[in-house]
Design a protein around this ligand. Structure first.
Ligand code: ADP
Length: 364
């Protein structure tokens, strides 16, 4: 049996005794319940904070249940909320009318409380699944966007340059090393994107962590080494500003290295030629700290709060000229938090950015 999410339920009934019974019972089941004694109050309450489900009595003075439902269905925001009718009438025409005005279910009074619960929770599950489907379809659209834009460019480069190589070979010309390099770097870029996407998909399920005690300076040093060539190509110098005494942290070294690697890669990607990227490592209380500082493009203040959101990329010309997926930082932050640490950023546009990663000490 699938788990039922707890919901926000609006109950509308002009009989206080009914309201009390339903409110108490559904609250006891862990749902958030708001009672409304007539249709006008119900519409106001729904507009103020839309509930997940509405239980709606039909016979009420003032606006009756059908009228309340019609007004809900005329509102673009409230129309999606499922309405379950409750009625003392067991007349067929009432039931038909209930569905005609947009109700999703119908309960006859006197009701069995367990039946009300089952029907409410069934609607909550449908709502929850609907939202999940919407989120997944959004994710799918975004994936299509990545594959069509971001992967297509390097793939075209691989095909284009390899065709040039084939022509050279057929013509008996010597192989142009620069073409081979470009094919290789386009391939590396694609592989990184695929890694990012897969990591993201896996992170949704939260991979188990393999923690151990590791020297923080060594972890960062190894990642800096991995970027010597990439930095060299842009004339960027990688500087180590490490505290001298070993800082031993509690980390899953492979996953942690992925975070540091990502920050260094971004610092190089989003910096101009001949700039400097500095990796600081120090200890503060029972935390080890890594700060990757660059004097690159920086991040506009309006974008800074969003850069850890999935697929978010800064939409300026210099940022967009760099290939990316907008998935690196959100993944990095999840991994930092799985370590019991944090990942934050400060930046000044045109001056540079600093990404600061904290991680608990092995002994702390
Ligand atoms: P990607 O680099 O693949 O686009 P990220 O999630 O790693 O995705 O980064 C999100 C965005 O944050 C980037 O598109 C870039 O605009 C900005 N950003 C990240 N790191 C830096 C940095 N060191 N300097 C400037 N901007 C950065």
């Amino acid at each position: 049996m699938t788990q039922t999410p707890r919901g926000n339920i609006l109950i509308v009934d002009d009989t206080p005794a009914n309201l009390d019974v339903l409110t108490k019972f559904l609250s006891d089941q862990g749902h958030k319940v708001r009672p409304a004694i007539n249709g006008e109050i119900a519409l106001k309450a729904a507009a103020k904070s839309p509930p997940d489900v509405i239980l709606l009595d039909i016979q009420m003075p003032g606006l009756n249940g059908f009228e309340v439902c019609e007004r809900l269905k005329a509102d673009p925001i409230l129309r999606e909320i499922p309405v379950i009718f409750i009625s003392a009438l067991d007349a067929l025409e009432d039931k038909v009318r209930a569905f005609e005005v947009g109700g999703v279910d119908y309960i006859t009074k006197p009701f069995q409380i367990m039946e009300v619960l089952a029907r409410v929770e069934s609607q909550l599950r449908i709502q929850w699944q609907r939202r999940r489907i919407e989120a997944l379809s959004l994710f799918r659209d975004e994936l299509i966007g990545i594959v069509s834009h971001d992967l297509k460019n390097p793939l075209n480069a691989v095909l284009g340059f390899s065709e040039m190589l084939q022509e050279d070979v057929q013509a008996g010309k010597p192989i142009d090393g620069a073409l081979v390099d470009r094919i290789h770097s386009a391939g590396t870029l694609m592989l990184n994107m695929v890694h990012d996407l897969l990591d993201n998909a896996r992170n949704e399920e939260r991979l188990p962590m393999r923690f151990g005690a590791h020297v923080l300076q060594r972890l960062v040093d190894e990642q800096l080494d991995a970027y010597v060539l990439a930095a060299g190509r842009k004339g960027i110098s990688l500087v180590r500003a490490f505290a001298p005494a070993d800082i031993v942290v509690q980390a899953d070294n492979r996953r942690f290295a992925q975070v540091v690697s990502n920050l260094i890669s971004n610092a190089i990607k989003y910096s101009p030629d001949n700039s400097v990227v500095t990796a600081h490592v120090w200890q503060d209380g029972n935390l080890g700290i890594v700060a990757i500082e660059d004097n690159g493009f920086g991040i506009p203040a309006a974008d800074l709060p969003h850069i850890f959101e999935k697929f978010y990329r800064v939409n300026t010309q210099e940022h967009m000229a760099v290939e990316g997926t907008g998935l690196g930082l959100p993944i990095a932050r999840v991994i930092a938090e799985q370590h019991g640490g944090t990942l934050t950023a400060t930046s000044e546009p045109g001056k540079g950015s600093t990404f600061t990663l904290t991680v608990p000490l092995a002994s702390g």
